[in-house]
Unconditional design. Structure first.
Ligand code: KG4
Ligand code: ZN
Length: 400
């Protein structure tokens, strides 16, 4: 092992509809310079397969993860071209991994074939998402990581998907495959906006999270997806809806009616997005949706979401005086929301630094899991491959 000098971490992500594997090499500790490079990275998005259901269908996600994980893992290792340490005798652990992968027979078969033909490469640990997410989907990645951890005798790290989003947003990318941890002042205020979560999180120090606001119903990304569906767009709706909103702004098209800004003026840091979806449904139900009306509605919806997200973030900033604002999760790919937040910070003369991820890394990926895994491995916070379980409702670090 190359602890303290440099560590190689394999990240595995299967919490929703992206199957992803990423191998990184990282060094340094928070407080000094932390740098990393991506050695291999593979991702398969199942979005097109789920589109017919208008959302993620958990059993289909599970099947697809099980089918694609080993090929993605193999391609990640091929890309990394690591020297191989030694061949392992598969018969020694075959029975154990057969039990672990009992419910993923196809994955088991592929993994055993892989292990028979590939020597153990120099990797220091395996980091896998153990929640939150869809449990059937999470289990596939977890069982794969448990089996590999046993087969190759590598430590296992359980990663909270939400922490992965946050830490990735805190990285400064110097190229698509190299980055460093941004130097930033605490407290950090994070706006976490994804398909399943909308939260405001305060960190007084690195790796410690306190939730100070959250959605009471739909998440921001969920609202984008549902409204996109009402507007007749495909899944996932966020990027498509954002594209229509941009087109509406370029063509100067506005909606006839104004949508609500739920909870925006309430004296708290919580969100609610389900009313927005209902309001769009009522408008759409009234009369046929012309192209102009669709564009106007997309723009008004995006404006409403941006108003609420920016309003609550600024309220939290006032209340907690954060020095750094981090935005993470799939919806942070949205350029309009980013721009609106940057404008609000500038208008308020707020000295806080704004950290956003590169748009292509805002949505789910395994780099974020490998990175979060690195910080836990540094602290030797390992999981037991015999007992690690999926936790669909895992919260972002219990209040500490
Ligand atoms: O973080 P993520 O990939 O998955 C979860 O952890 O949930 O986020 C996915 C969500 C989807 O709801 C998708 O529609 C939304 O992020 N999204 C966007 C954009 N790109 C992705 N929403 C608004 N604008 C975008 N450009
Ligand atoms: Zn996510």
């Amino acid at each position: 092992m190359r602890y303290n000098l440099c560590m190689r971490i394999l990240g595995v992500e299967t919490s929703c509809d992206e199957t992803a594997v990423c191998l990184i090499e990282a060094q340094g500790r928070p407080g000094s310079t932390v740098s990393f490079s991506v050695l291999g990275n593979s991702l398969f998005s199942q979005a097109a397969l789920h589109a017919q259901y208008g959302g993620v269908f958990p059993n289909l996600a599970k099947r697809e993860h099980a089918k694609n994980l080993v090929p993605l893992f193999a391609s990640t290792l091929r890309e990394a071209r690591l020297s191989q340490e030694h061949y392992t005798d598969v018969s020694l652990y075959q029975e154990t991994i057969r039990q672990i992968l009992e419910r993923e027979p196809e994955l088991l078969q592929q993994l055993i074939a892989f292990l028979q033909t590939h020597a153990r490469p120099e990797i220091d640990c395996i980091a896998v998402t153990h929640g939150p997410g869809l449990e059937p989907a999470l289990w596939v990645g977890i069982n794969f990581a448990r089996a590999l951890s046993i087969a190759w005798d590598m430590p296992l790290v359980a990663v909270n998907h939400l922490e992965g989003h946050i830490l990735l947003s805190m990285m400064e990318m110097h190229s698509p495959s190299r980055g460093t941890l941004s130097t930033c002042e605490f407290p950090i205020l994070t706006l976490l906006i994804s398909g399943g979560h909308t939260e405001l999180v305060l960190s007084e120090q690195f790796g410690v999270y306190r939730r100070i606001g959250e959605t009471r119903d739909d998440a921001a990304g969920e609202a984008f997806d549902k409204v996109a569906r009402l507007l007749g767009l495909g899944y996932p709706g966020g990027p498509e809806l954002a594209r229509l909103a941009r087109e509406a702004r370029e063509k100067n098209i506005a909606a006839d009616s104004t949508l609500p800004r739920p909870m925006m003026r309430e004296d708290n840091l919580d969100f609610s997005f389900s009313g927005l979806k209902t309001a769009v449904r009522n408008i759409v139900g009234e009369e046929p949706l012309t192209e102009e009306k669709r564009l106007g509605l997309a723009r008004e919806f995006e404006d409403a979401v941006a108003d609420v997200l920016v309003g609550k973030t600024m309220r939290a900033l006032e209340e907690y005086g954060a020095q750094t604002i981090v935005v993470g999760g799939g919806v942070s790919a949205n350029t309009h929301i980013r721009a609106r937040l940057a404008e609000a910070l500038a208008a308020a003369g707020a000295p806080a630094r704004l950290l956003v991820p590169p748009p292509e890394l805002a949505t789910d990926n395994a780099l974020m899991i490998a990175l979060a895994g690195y910080f836990h491995a540094l602290n030797e916070e390992y999981a037991d491959p015999a007992t690690l379980t999926a936790q669909g409702n895992l919260k972002l670090a219990p209040l500490r």
